[in-house]
Design a protein around this ligand. Structure first.
Ligand code: KG4
Ligand code: ZN
Length: 358
């Protein structure tokens, strides 16, 4: 079967075509058109600006995706269309949905609505290379998933594909959002996560000069919730307390980036391991844009190997951590039964939840 997928939940316009035959996957195309340049100017995303960009980008991105398919094989009609319906920015989600409905009508194809958070989790099943096996997961549950992105930070108990329970989530800013805001304070470009990571990687702890100590919000609280807005405020206070020359210095920026990244990682890993132990998770799954962070991946891996040596961990390939349509295609594969030609049923839901609350 071939799945055409459309992803427009935030500021990336994604179109992908995934072929799955006797459980072998083949990525026929995966195009992501980023709006970074546009949003960089404003230091954040304006939903209506992003919507306009998606409207402009979708037709050429689709064309490019189809061309990529044709470079590999004779073009054949897909079997279904996957489209992200939430959570995300409502005007952006509607743009993708309307585009998908139009295509589905033209090509007489069913649609499968996709939950963006679930897609971040199932990005782990995309496959290591372009031709690999799609897993039929059976012995991996219960799994504990940490989804960390620009819009979300959630700990989720996964009982099966499609069966989820939210254990905890951020009460204010998401971890990625925190990196984006801190980067803006420090004069770094958007999106902030990769910029903070780059500066942190250049920091040498032996050259510690400013002795910055940021809080680890909610780390020892009993629940599985997070809070990152205080971290951003702490950065702002420290930044403002420094002389202008220091604020701009590479030494200060590197030390601050190192500390902010470590503060977020400490909290994320502590709570993930706590949840994994309490719920006797067989597998720990990471997902979302912040999952591309090399330090988070390294430290989480180390901690699991030390404290839960019998647990297995999944981390998506770094290129599939940030928003893309391929992960929506994989999700639709596991949810084929939900396909519909009743277009009215496909609606955007900015606050769509995954599973229920615990
Ligand atoms: O999943 P995603 O592409 O979009 C949402 O669904 O929100 O995540 C984007 C977020 C941004 O906040 C970005 O700063 C962060 O992921 N991010 C990173 C890295 N790459 C992207 N954060 C830390 N380290 C990275 N390497
Ligand atoms: Zn996302």
């Amino acid at each position: 079967m071939k799945i055409l997928a459309i992803e427009t939940s935030c500021d990336d316009t994604g179109v992908a075509v995934l072929k799955i035959q006797s459980s072998k996957t083949e990525i026929l195309s995966n195009i992501v058109s980023s709006q970074v340049k546009l949003h960089e100017k404003y230091g954040g995303i304006y939903p209506f600006l992003a919507k306009r960009e998606h409207q402009k980008n979708l037709p050429p991105v689709l064309k490019k995706a189809f061309r990529q398919v044709q470079d590999k094989q004779k073009f054949e009609k897909p079997d279904l269309i996957a489209v992200t319906v939430g959570p995300g920015l409502e005007p952006c989600l509607w743009t993708g949905i309307n585009f998908a409905i139009e295509l589905a009508k033209k090509m007489n194809l069913p649609l499968v609505p996709v939950n963006h958070i679930e897609a971040h989790i199932l990005a782990n099943f995309i496959g290591k290379n372009s031709k690999s096996q799609i897993p039929n997961p059976k012995n991996i549950f219960p799994a504990v998933c940490l989804v960390v992105s620009g819009g979300h930070t959630q700990l989720i108990l996964m009982k099966n594909i499609g069966k989820y329970q939210i254990l905890g989530e951020t009460r204010d800013d998401a971890a990625g959002e925190c990196f984006d805001k801190v980067a803006r304070i420090l004069g770094l470009s958007y999106p902030g996560g990769p910029e903070v990571a780059k500066k942190a990687a250049k920091y040498n702890i032996r050259n510690k000069k400013y002795h910055i100590e940021l809080p680890r919000p909610m780390i020892y609280q009993k629940n599985y919730d997070f809070s990152f807005s205080g971290l951003k405020t702490a950065v702002l206070y420290d930044f403002k307390s420094q002389r202008p020359r220091i604020r701009k210095s590479e030494e200060y920026i590197r030390e601050m980036c190192f500390e902010i990244q470590q503060a977020a990682i400490d909290v994320l890993i502590h709570k993930t391991l706590k949840a994994a132990k309490s719920f006797k998770a067989k597998v720990i799954i990471l997902g979302g844009g912040v999952a591309a962070n090399k330090e988070l991946r390294k430290q989480l891996r180390k901690k699991i190997e030390k404290e839960m040596p019998h647990a297995v961990y999944y981390m998506p390939e770094r290129k599939y951590c940030t928003d893309n349509a391929l992960m929506a295609a994989v999700t639709a594969y596991y949810h084929q039964k939900e396909k519909t030609k009743n277009w009215k049923k496909i609606r955007a839901n900015a606050n769509l939840k995954i599973g229920g609350y615990l």
